[in-house]
Design a protein around this ligand. Structure first.
Ligand SMILES: [Zn+2]
Length: 439
């Protein structure tokens, strides 16, 4: 089979599998290992000879100079399948010199995500109801946080899709630009050319923007400009590499952003993860085992999947987002302004309407979307995660606090009940453990 045909088949196969990336890794014997990232994990597809030819073919497709091998390169490929059926698959290509030649990674840009709106992001009704007014507001800073690959950028584009209209000027600064969105102005940072986040931001602020998307807040300067812009009549959307919503506030303070500015500008933080989704064909409802009852305080049925043909005996098929939602409230503003510790911020957040990763994970577990194991895995060491011991302590405290209104009774090691609106119908309240010292 020709190299051209092989490359086309890999791309088509990646698209069919719903892969996000294809990796081409050459070795010293001129073989190339082809791997694809599907549902977050890399899987080896095959190892083939003629590594240099494969890499050269990919670079030609992206319009790059085949002979330029010593430096990292970026390119784009507009791919149409050999059958001509599928059109408009966008690929972003990057190269990196390595032992054995050059490694190439293709990122598949799923243009179906371009049409995504807030409703497609896995928000519960309660979160949507709280988030939509913030998105519609002309000012404020909205942050989406989480590790790499947690869907932050996709979420931001969904927000843009929701508000994009000819009457407003939307400008972005990104590294790199992932999706081409009609109707908005997108600028890609270029560090070599000195086109940094702060520099582009300052320039676009002079271009009469209404909405600004900052790909990522990584440094003090970017954070400061973003916060200032959000305080002066712009809606600012951005991402941060933090683990949880409360930790995001702490990180901004650590970056040197004045607490009053954070309190004033920040409207919400959404922390996101992907959980593996239970296979719809083989999942079934089961009685929850004792640890689940202990940790959730509920004996509501959960779901298990044994594995079937359709999910390759895995029990899981695809992914589902698990979200933590922290809305800014007056008590939280006062706590940030007053320089509260992360522990106290966590307490105030839980008391005033935060939906924790644990809360949303449990809701999605009871809805049959994911398993208890996945919820545990994703919330391990996370604020709002529970252990049996914590649960018992919380119950003990609750027994002693009987008679007093439980959640609003004040800080300390007492259970915090999440708002009724966020609970699925019929689900009992999920209580939270006493806050652990965060850092
Ligand atoms: Zn299955």
């Amino acid at each position: 089979m020709s190299v051209e045909l092989m490359v086309n088949q890999w791309i088509e196969s990646a698209h069919e599998r719903g892969a996000s990336d294809i990796h081409f890794e050459p070795d010293k014997d001129d073989k190339v290992r082809v791997r694809m990232r599907v549902d977050g994990d890399l899987r080896t597809i095959e190892v083939v000879p003629d590594g240099r030819k494969v890499i050269a073919r990919l670079k030609v497709m992206a319009g790059l100079d085949v002979n330029e091998r010593g430096v990292p390169l970026d390119g784009r490929i507009k791919f149409s399948s050999s059958g001509g059926g599928r059109s408009g698959l966008d690929l972003r290509l990057s190269t990196n010199p390595c032992l054995g030649g050059e490694k190439v990674v293709l990122r598949l840009i799923d243009s179906s995500k371009l049409g995504m709106t807030l409703e497609d992001l896995g928000f519960t009704k309660a979160m949507l109801a709280a988030y939509k007014p913030l998105v519609a507001s002309p000012t404020g800073l909205l942050l989406h946080v989480g590790p790499t690959g947690s869907g932050k950028t996709t979420s931001l584009y969904a927000v843009l899709n929701t508000i994009n209209r000819p009457e407003i000027n939307i400008q972005t600064v990104e590294d790199p630009v992932e999706y081409d969105v009609p109707g908005i102005t997108q600028t890609q940072v270029n560090h070599e050319a000195g086109l940094t986040f702060p520099r582009v931001l300052r320039a676009l602020l002079r271009q009469d923007p209404d909405v600004i998307l900052v790909g990522e807040i990584r440094d003090h300067e970017t954070g400061e400009i973003a916060v200032e812009a959000a305080m002066t009549g712009h809606l600012v959307l951005s991402t941060l590499h933090t683990n949880d919503a409360v930790g995001t506030v702490v990180r901004l303070v650590d970056m040197g952003i004045p607490p009053y500015a954070i309190a004033y500008a920040l409207r919400s933080v959404i922390s996101q993860r992907f959980a593996r989704k239970l296979c719809e064909r083989c999942r079934r409802s089961v009685q929850p085992p004792e640890p689940v009852i202990q940790m959730t305080g509920s004996n509501r049925p959960i779901y298990k999947a044994e594995g079937c043909k359709s999910c390759s005996r895995d029990g899981y098929d695809g992914r589902t987002p698990i979200l933590e939602f922290l809305p800014m409230t007056e008590p939280l503003k006062r706590a940030i302004y007053g320089g509260a510790t992360p522990d106290v911020l966590g307490e105030v957040a839980a008391r005033t309407g935060m939906i924790s990763l644990w809360d949303d994970g449990c809701a999605k577990m009871w809805a049959g979307l994911t398993s208890f194991e996945e919820v545990l895995r994703l919330t391990k060491g996370h604020r709002g995660a529970q252990t049996g011991a914590a649960r018992r302590r919380a119950e003990h405290t609750a027994r002693h606090a009987q008679g007093a209104p439980p959640p609003q009774a004040g800080p300390g090691a007492r259970p915090v009940v999440r708002p009724a609106a966020a609970r699925p119908p019929g689900a009992p309240a999920v209580s939270q453990p006493p806050r652990k010292p965060a850092r």
